[in-house]
Design a protein around this ligand. Structure first.
Ligand code: ZN
Length: 107
């Protein structure tokens, strides 16, 4: 496992216009190092009239955000943190918080 941010993680934005906001990860694009975060990085898109939206108009939608612009918020200590990958005794790899060392994927 090399992916440090996963779907349903709560992340905070560390740079850009949404700096300081946080939200839930809706989608991860590992090969592109991008994420889509709920209610973050909204962009306005113009839509043409269609059968659904007779008048067309402007819709707001989350746009992809670079992974380097977000940091995971640790569910345990509640702080934005870097993630480290640790190997468990049985050889499995899991993610851990660099601040409090709590395993992030163990329940
Ligand atoms: Zn922590």
């Amino acid at each position: 496992m090399k992916q440090k941010i996963k779907k349903d993680d709560i992340v905070t934005v560390i740079t850009g216009k949404d700096k300081g906001k946080s939200g839930k990860v809706l989608k991860v694009f590992p090969d592109r190092d991008k994420v889509i975060v709920e209610k973050i990085n909204f962009v306005k898109r113009h839509t043409k009239p269609s059968q659904k939206v007779a008048q067309g108009g402007i819709i707001e939608k989350e746009a992809q955000l670079s992974l380097s612009k977000v940091m995971l918020i640790c569910g345990k200590c509640g702080k934005p943190t870097r993630v480290k990958i640790v190997t468990l005794a049985d050889g499995k790899k899991t993610r851990a918080c660099k601040k409090c060392n709590e395993m992030l994927d163990e329940k």
